[in-house]
Design a protein around this ligand. Structure first.
Ligand SMILES: NC(=O)c1ccc[n+]([C@@H]2O[C@H](COP(=O)([O-])OP(=O)(O)OC[C@H]3O[C@@H](n4cnc5c(N)ncnc54)[C@H](OP(=O)(O)O)[C@@H]3O)[C@@H](O)[C@H]2O)c1
Length: 228
């Protein structure tokens, strides 16, 4: 069977030296601008994050109940838009209550399972948020990537956390490159999200160092290719 065309996936993250990623108490004002600046150098068509990381961007809106209760077919929905770059969430059960269909001009695509409610699909359509189905009750990341490439012409994708989504991409062996900006902080908190939080049994993946650079604010930028 021919290999499906998938976007090139770069996992771009800002971990502490001990691999933790919750930046809230770090008090490193230069870290976030440096993260955004380096992200922009990749010229990616889109970025993708997990439902928890997307919550601050999605905002809070009310999902209204519909008067007419006809079933909405579980078919991908591409809302009208003229953006050429995309902000993508993995939200299997439809928890994100979008206020708008763009984040800083980037069109929102949300990835769902077929288990979401009809009311939620009607809500997304009313907001003009595009959605793709990633599976009946579980998300098949490889088929999601194939759809992103085929339907939205996404060739280069930044995977930007958190640990759970990164871990599931790692487990599925779908990461081509890893870009880490190591923040000058020893976090030490036990049980908080880490760079990769994969399910038990995920094999370690070996990496090949392709670049390293000292960046402003005592940040070290490391880039690796994932060995396959
Ligand atoms: N330092 C950094 O560079 C950086 C970058 C990004 C985020 N963060 C931080 O990371 C933290 C959040 O990380 P997290 O690991 O808790 O959450 P996360 O990866 O942002 O989101 C996890 C959730 O996304 C959904 N999901 C992700 N992958 C899935 C898959 N393969 N299949 C099905 N559902 C999937 C699930 O939603 P449901 O629970 O609804 O099923 C899952 O619980 C936040 O504190 C954020 O600020 C740090």
């Amino acid at each position: 069977m021919p290999k499906r065309a998938l976007p090139y996936v770069i996992c771009h993250m800002l971990p502490s030296v001990d691999g933790r990623i919750v930046t809230r108490d770090w008090d490193l004002p230069r870290a976030s601008p440096e993260y955004e600046r380096t992200a922009a150098t990749f010229g990616a068509d889109a970025w993708i994050i997990g439902r928890i990381s997307m919550e601050p961007y999605a905002g809070k809106a009310r999902v209204p109940s519909r008067k007419h209760r006809e079933r909405i077919p579980r078919e991908d929905f591409i809302a009208p838009h003229d953006a050429t770059s995309y902000a993508i969430a993995i939200d299997p059960s439809g928890k994100l209550t979008w206020r708008a269909n763009d984040i800083d001009g980037e069109h929102v695509i949300t990835v769902l399972t077929e288990a979401v409610s009809d009311d939620y699909l009607a809500f997304l359509q009313s907001k003009g948020v595009s959605y793709l189905f990633g599976g009946k009750s579980r998300i098949d990341l490889a088929s999601v990537l194939a759809k992103l490439r085929a339907r939205f012409r996404i060739r280069k994708l930044l995977l930007e956390g958190g640990g759970k989504i990164n871990g599931s991409f790692l487990a599925a062996n779908l990461i081509d490159e890893l870009s880490v900006l190591v923040a000058p902080v020893a976090d030490g908190s036990i049980g908080t999200p880490a760079l990769f939080d994969a399910e038990d049994g995920t094999p370690p993946r070996h990496l090949r160092l392709i670049a390293m650079e000292k960046r402003p604010g005592d940040i070290v930028w490391l880039r690796y290719k994932v060995r396959r």
